[in-house]
Design a protein around this ligand. Structure first.
Ligand code: OVV
Length: 407
């Protein structure tokens, strides 16, 4: 392979192994696992010649980078593009793409809006919708587990919980797909998504305004925190935008991953059926096993030692979350989907101060949907062609035709 394309960095530090595969190519997305192993085995830190960036794929280094957010910053973007050198394609996120101290205030607000206390009144409604969805799908028998389940269920609860109007919701999944493609290099996935982004961006900007958000929802709660003085009235719509960006597609991929796992590993479905209280961990283990969010970047703010190498300031580092989540240095039988595994410590939701602020919403959706299925379904069979969906950041399926039978 030829090492060309953009070269943001100064070149690798001496002794760092070079790899020349493209971590944002369709071939890699189709089957990343052998390359993940090569990445981990090459060393604690590698240099990816295709983009002139460092990479980390072992659990220890991914965890270390995530947990030193001032050295490995987010404010220069968590995609390939360095905001110190290139203008962001949309106004910067004030939580994802921010560092302390600015991050601390916005994170506290979203953390409270999406807290355990805030989940309590949602649970019974989320569970009722999951049970209705499971009943409907069981009556149909055969359906597409991506569109009819993994997408349909979150769409039936999350936009209402946010307080969105009915009109225009068809923009939500395309907008999220755009946001996650935008973290990648200027390849076809990113460029085509941005070219087509105007109507989706216009929809999202409009829905983030206070007057368009139904009282009682997450969105209205965020705006109320501006009245309280915790954030400014200009910041509130941008925090709503973060929920619209990251709150829906991610759970679609998480639920899709879990169903795909249960369809492929019937012994694990049997275990789940015999004890539906395992539903929450079955979801969590699927987040580890498939890692719906595969990668994020950080940018170094100073010269720093990592994995025995000295890395200069202003270098992009690509974190392979999916590879860390299957690192045999950290996990026993990492390539086994095991719903009774101790999943704590996986980095599928990240780690440290930026760890998924919506994780309780995600787990609630995952738990109640999988629990509803566990209590009704006897078997899951894949009955058609499994088609992969390609995105610069997200790993998941386009289509998963299945037939389910009653217990
Ligand atoms: C975690 C995440 C993904 C995408 C967008 C955002 C956050 C945001 O804050 O906009």
């Amino acid at each position: 392979m030829t090492a060309t394309a953009t070269s943001p960095g100064q070149g690798a530090a001496p002794g760092v192994p070079h790899l020349d595969f493209d971590p944002f190519s369709i071939e890699f997305f189709a089957d990343p696992f052998a390359t993940h192993e090569e990445l981990r085995e090459a060393g604690p830190v590698v240099y990816l010649d295709t983009y002139g960036v460092y990479g980390v794929a072992r659990y220890a280094e991914v965890h270390a980078v995530l947990n030193d957010p001032l050295t490995f910053c987010s404010s220069r973007g968590v995609g390939l593009s360095d905001f110190a050198k290139e203008k962001p394609w949309r106004p910067q996120s004030i939580i994802l793409e921010a560092d302390p101290p600015a991050h601390t205030r916005t994170r506290a607000v979203l953390g409270q809006v999406l807290s355990a206390t805030a989940m309590k009144p949602l649970r019974s409604h989320f569970a009722a919708r999951a049970e209705a969805k499971a009943d409907e799908l069981l009556a149909r028998g055969s359906f597409d587990a991506i569109t009819d389940l993994a997408e349909a269920y979150p769409l039936s609860v999350f936009p209402d919980a946010l307080g969105l109007q009915q009109e225009g919701r068809e923009h939500l999944l395309p907008y999220a797909s755009l946001v996650f493609n935008s973290f990648g290099p200027p390849n076809r996935l990113r460029q085509e998504a941005i070219e087509r982004s105007a109507p989706h961006q216009a929809y999202v900007a409009e829905q983030c305004r206070r007057e368009n958000l139904v009282p009682g929802g997450f969105g209205a709660c965020i705006h109320a925190r501006a009245d309280a003085g915790d954030i400014t009235h200009d910041e509130a719509p941008l925090l709503v935008r973060s929920l619209l960006s990251a709150g829906l597609d991610t759970t679609v991929y998480g639920i899709g991953a879990t169903v795909y796992c249960l369809a492929r590993f019937p012994d694990q479905l049997a275990k789940l059926r015999s004890d539906p209280t395992l539903a929450r961990n079955a979801f969590e283990e699927a987040v580890r096993f498939e890692s719906p969010v595969q990668t994020f970047f950080r940018t170094t703010t100073r010269e720093v030692e990592l994995g025995g190498h000295s890395i200069g300031e202003g270098e992009k580092i690509l974190m392979f979350l999916g590879a860390a989540n299957r690192d045999p240095r950290r996990w026993e039988n990492p390539d086994r989907y095991d719903i009774t595994r101790r999943t704590a410590g996986h980095v599928g939701f990240g780690s440290g101060i930026h760890m998924c602020v919506g994780q309780l919403v995600a787990r609630l959706e995952g738990e109640v949907m999988l629990s509803a299925l566990a209590r009704r379904v006897g078997s899951i069979e894949i009955t058609g062609e499994v088609k992969r969906r390609y995105n610069n950041t997200l790993r998941g399926l386009e289509s998963l035709p299945i037939t389910i039978t009653p217990a």
